[in-house]
Ligand binder design. Structure first.
Ligand SMILES: Cc1cc2nc3c(=O)[nH]c(=O)nc-3n(C[C@H](O)[C@H](O)[C@H](O)COP(=O)(O)OP(=O)(O)OC[C@H]3O[C@@H](n4cnc5c(N)ncnc54)[C@H](O)[C@@H]3O)c2cc1C
Length: 266
């Protein structure tokens, strides 16, 4: 009860501050299994990206979902609301154009909900015989790799930097050196669970609800929120080689090449 009162107070205060017309009871009535937070640290974090490059006006609240149903409930409330409010999915916040932020709405914090109290999203489930893994949309690729390595398997296509969320990179493309062999990460997904803009939960694949499947993969988070992805696996390599290039010599090479070729131009 005290939490509800505090939440009502904080939301009302924000409404006064930013002149919003959202009825706070709409959010309070949700009764999610996860946590709907107006904690200042949560709200501040959700108004920034990971590198603190872009700062948006703070959201009204942050949802740490425990399940796809939590997200469906929130989006249904936004869709059906007389006043309306915006909802944005945030993975690990590494996009730097404010794509994962929303002012005056609710940010769904997909990654990191495993900390703190309350129910948590599902853990990765590896299917060793079928060679795929089912993961929560906010799972970080590093954790997908850790889970699959327990079975001697690894995702076919990674990102070079693994502290990005599954939903975040599947909304773009997900590229690393392995993309030359297997294509980007969006080409290595069997199936998705997606909550659409009307708050409906669909399973989609190339066979089932294929339009939604192809729209969501690389869809910049505009066609729905990915709550589960079935990722293709292969036997983990026993050895890998990495190469790092420093940007400065590369720039020098590019400039030298430009100068060389400019002499051929008239
Ligand atoms: C240090 C660094 C290294 C990087 N390395 C690589 C790399 O090696 N390969 C590569 O391909 N890219 C790389 N990127 C780019 C990165 O893939 C994108 O910025 C990606 O969107 C970040 O993922 P995120 O989990 O932080 O997503 P966020 O930045 O939180 O979200 C990105 C977009 O996806 C949407 N979104 C988030 N979660 C979901 C979801 N569950 N369902 C639907 N939409 C969702 C958001 O609303 C937003 O529009 C790198 C970026 C950084 C900063």
């Amino acid at each position: 009860m005290a939490t509800k009162l505090l939440l009502t107070f904080a939301i009302c205060r924000l409404i006064v501050t930013v002149g919003l017309t959202l009825d706070p009871t709409e959010l309070l009535l949700l009764g999610v299994d996860g946590i709907l937070s107006v904690d200042s640290t949560d709200v501040e974090t959700a108004s920034l990206d990971f590198g603190r490059v872009t700062r948006a006006a703070p959201p009204l609240a942050v949802l740490h979902p425990a399940s796809a149903q939590d997200i469906a409930q929130l989006i249904k409330a936004a869709y059906g609301s007389g006043f309306g409010f915006t909802v944005s999915a945030r993975g690990h916040g590494h996009s730097i154009g404010g794509q994962a932020q929303t002012a005056n709405g609710v940010v769904v914090q997909m990654s990191g909900s495993k900390r703190g109290p309350g129910r948590k999203p599902p853990q990765p489930r590896v299917w060793p015989r079928e060679r795929y893994v089912d993961v929560w949309g906010g799972e970080l690729w590093i954790d997908v790799l850790r889970s699959s390595l327990e079975y001697g398997l690894a995702p076919k296509s990674w990102t070079d930097y693994l502290y990005l969320s599954v939903g975040g990179t599947l909304s773009n493309a997900g590229i690393s050196g392995q993309a030359f062999n297997h294509g980007p990460q969006i080409s290595n997904v069997h199936e998705l669970d997606v909550v659409t803009g009307m708050g409906e939960l669909f399973t989609c694949s190339t066979e089932q609800n294929s339009e939604l499947f192809h729209a969501v993969l690389g869809g910049l988070g505009q066609f729905g929120i990915i709550t589960r992805a079935r990722i293709s696996l292969e036997p983990a390599p026993q050895r890998i080689a990495t190469q790092n290039f420093c940007n400065i010599p590369v720039l020098v090479i590019v400039r030298t090449e430009e100068e060389k070729y400019s002499s051929f131009m008239t």
